[in-house]
Design a protein around this ligand. Structure first.
Ligand SMILES: Nc1nc2c(c(=O)[nH]1)N[C@H]1C(S)=C(S)[C@@H](COP(=O)(O)O)O[C@H]1N2
Ligand SMILES: [Mo]
Length: 496
């Protein structure tokens, strides 16, 4: 039989504490951007089953509001990094999860390679009544006996089994069910979890379960024979000096806290550097998703959401007002840059170029979703029309809303976004002129907005006024590939 407390359990247990705390805190940062949980993907305001926000926005609100207004600033003590930084929070979450999974894989391999699984995996249903007995014993303020020849009592074994073999994979699976490119490519996968909102709710409940487990687990270690157990889990030797083990254990916890304080401070103080550094780990991963998956969404008219949130306030300048007043008859869309045939098209010209419609689900980075029908011109047809040169690698969409005027809060400059050429060629990448069978409403991007159905919402530029094919986006704006990447530190790839 394997040792009760081998060294690799001590090591992976320590790493697990570090990464789980990282995932919990950065996950809360993501939640803070849309602190509402739903069980269905239409997610209209007011119908959430759980809300962590006092702000109320009604679906019948007379004043235009934007989904970014629903975001909450959470305390850096709780969220990583806190203070409305979902871009940075996601970077930590997706960097951390890779190492957490790696730790888990190493642990599981060792569990099976060494035979340790016998201590963790119940092989008989009697574990259930035995566990109930154990819990009864605890409720009489006594410690139940360990299973003969094993390190744990029955309730403990069952709890560890559920956390390791059910809860941890559950968090990975519900996490994956929130990626827009996974959902677009495999719509059946999302359905298992009641859609993206179901997956968000379940992922949150998973976090809550981890929290409950951690509290009980820690308490149990304290009421059991603490110096002894500490010696086992910290020093991988139950007979080692307990006091020494407790000191080393507490030092380890202090170290974890210090690292968390430092990375939180650093993330808030040097947001660009954090975005760049963690981007090295996250971007390839996100790009892989965007590249491998194309959207296969086929919703029906019955799936169309009665309420579709707006993100980003419409342009407020006179030029845009004049365009609206003219019914966009004066609107022209220049498409140029590194192309053989630059063009400038009116809405009528664009309609002649091609027509495609699709009913798809929108995924905002904050977490909300909504289904609509979009009609317009496939970007692939535009590409054929203008014929990009060899050097063209990205497509940049420039918008008419100047964030300094529409939002303020220290933000400035016109909204824009860029995508790699391959995304523009995807089957459901279009320039939409219509929403739900009518011309695009102003708040949703009139007269033209981009639709890319494997990506997060922030990539789908509204109120487009020009399109440029470029070799590189680094000399545009602040060089990160889009306005939200520049000023909110979002990742440039948006398939997750
Ligand atoms: N020009 C412009 N386009 C934009 C934005 C914006 O602020 N300005 N916000 C983006 C974000 S973050 C999202 S989620 C979607 C929202 O689209 P909707 O308002 O039609 O729901 O638009 C995207 N396109
Ligand atoms: Mo968004």
């Amino acid at each position: 039989m394997p040792e009760f407390f081998p060294w690799w359990v001590a090591v992976t247990h320590f790493l697990n504490i570090f990464f789980l705390l990282l995932l919990a805190r950065s996950g809360l940062e993501v939640l803070s951007a849309f602190p509402k949980l739903y069980w269905y993907d239409n997610c209209p305001p007011g119908r959430e089953w759980l809300r962590f926000s006092k702000k109320m926005y009604g679906a019948d609100s007379r004043k235009l509001w934007s989904s970014l207004d629903e975001e909450e600033a959470w305390w850096p003590m709780i969220a990583l990094p806190g203070k409305r930084n979902i871009g940075i929070g996601r970077h930590w979450h997706f960097s951390g999860v890779q190492f957490w999974i790696l730790t888990g894989v190493v642990y599981i391999v060792m569990v099976f390679a060494t035979g340790y699984w016998q201590y963790l995996i119940p092989t008989h249903w009697s574990i259930v009544p035995d566990s109930i007995n154990s819990i009864g014993t605890y409720l009489h303020f006594e410690i139940p006996a360990k299973i003969v020849g094993e390190p744990f009592e029955p309730a403990q074994k069952l709890a560890y089994f559920m956390v390791i073999f059910l809860l941890a994979p559950f968090q990975v699976l519900t996490g994956a069910a929130m990626s827009p490119s996974v959902l677009a490519r495999f719509p059946w996968y999302g359905k298992i979890f009641k859609g993206k909102q179901g997956a968000r709710s379940l992922h949150f409940l998973g976090l809550a379960a981890f929290g409950v487990f951690t509290v009980i687990h820690t308490f149990m270690v304290l009421v059991h024979n603490i110096p002894n157990e500490a010696a086992g889990i910290v020093l991988a030797d139950q007979n080692a000096n307990g006091t020494k083990a407790i000191i080393i254990g507490l030092t380890g916890i202090a170290l974890i806290v210090i690292v968390h304080v430092v990375i939180t401070w650093f993330s808030l103080r040097y947001r660009r550097a954090t975005q760049r550094t963690l981007g090295v780990m996250v971007n390839p991963f996100e790009k892989m998703f965007s590249k491998a998956f194309t959207s296969r969404q086929r919703f029906t008219r019955r799936n169309i959401s009665p309420y579709f949130r707006v993100n980003g306030y419409p342009p407020v300048d006179h030029a845009y007002e004049r365009l609206v007043a003219s019914g966009f008859t004066e609107y022209r869309l220049p498409i140029g840059g590194l192309v053989d045939h630059p063009v400038s098209l009116s809405l009528g010209d664009l309609r002649k170029v091609g027509e495609q419609s699709q009913i798809t689900k929108h995924n905002c980075i904050q977490g909300w979703t909504a289904v609509a029908e979009w009609g317009g011109v496939p970007l692939a047809t535009i590409i054929e029309l203008v014929h990009p040169q060899e050097a063209a690698k990205h497509v940049v969409f420039y918008a008419m809303d100047d964030k300094g005027l529409t939002e303020g809060e220290g933000r400035y400059g016109f909204f824009y976004g860029s995508i790699p050429l391959h995304l523009a060629k995807n089957p459901q990448s279009i320039l939409a002129l219509e929403m739900n069978g009518a011309p695009l409403p102003i708040e949703h991007g009139a007269p033209i907005r981009v639709r890319l159905e494997t990506q997060l919402g922030f990539k789908m530029v509204k109120w487009v006024c020009a399109i440029e094919f470029v070799a590189d986006y680094r000399n545009i704006g602040m060089g990160q590939g889009g306005w939200r990447e520049d000023q909110q530190f979002y990742a440039n790839a948006a398939g997750i």
